[in-house]
Write a protein that binds this ligand. Structure first.
Ligand SMILES: [Fe+2]
Length: 194
């Protein structure tokens, strides 16, 4: 598929919403996944990530933190949109490019890999030499929720921690993110579910 076709859906949404072009609705996000050829199993995964992310954002908000719950849900739905192009490590970056008209969403999508990548790690993986670290509370919730959904199933154990050797820097970063989210939520989100 050519790039112009890939971006057509994004552009048409820009045209459709004359006001608040910065915002993507949940419905538009689902449409974007479809028109950008994101495979069905990835859409199922993304919906589950969005469900967990939204629930967690609501819990964090109920504790008095400022968090844009609607943005979290939509950004989580879009986090793997780049998989319509590639399942490789560049899918985050690719997704960010597809959403370049929406920088806030693009950043959340680019920064969802692992619990973030340092500049050095990004360069080693063949990505542009800059860091891809989730910084806002919303970006952190999206990256975190993705690590706790395997396929279409919510998993209490962080996927990255399970996959990597003990003490690996990316694993430690994932554990730190788990801790931060639990701290913000004031509860272990998985214990809450039991
Ligand atoms: Fe991803």
């Amino acid at each position: 598929m050519t790039h112009s076709l890939k971006y057509k859906a994004v552009i048409s949404i820009n045209m459709a919403s004359k006001t608040a072009v910065e915002k993507i609705t949940k419905e538009d996000a689902l449409l974007l996944l479809k028109t950008n050829n994101v495979p069905e199993d990835v859409v199922t995964h993304s919906k589950k990530v969005a469900e967990l992310a939204k629930e967690t954002a609501e819990q964090i908000k109920s504790r008095g933190h400022r968090v844009d719950v609607e943005f979290v849900e939509t950004a989580a739905l879009l986090h793997d949109i780049g998989r319509g192009v590639t399942h490789g490590i560049t899918h985050g970056l690719e997704g960010g490019r597809m959403l370049s008209s929406y920088p806030r969403y693009a950043r959340a999508v680019e920064n969802h890999l692992g619990a973030g990548l340092t500049k050095k790690e990004a360069a080693e993986l063949g990505l542009p030499r800059r860091d891809f670290i989730p910084r806002t509370i919303e970006e952190k919730i999206v990256a975190w929720a993705d690590k706790h959904v395997s396929g279409g199933r919510i998993v209490a154990e962080n996927k990255l921690v399970r996959k990597l050797p003990l003490g690996h820097p990316a694993s430690l970063r994932a554990l730190a993110l788990d801790e931060e989210v639990n701290e913000l939520a004031g509860v272990d989100m998985f214990l809450k579910k039991e």
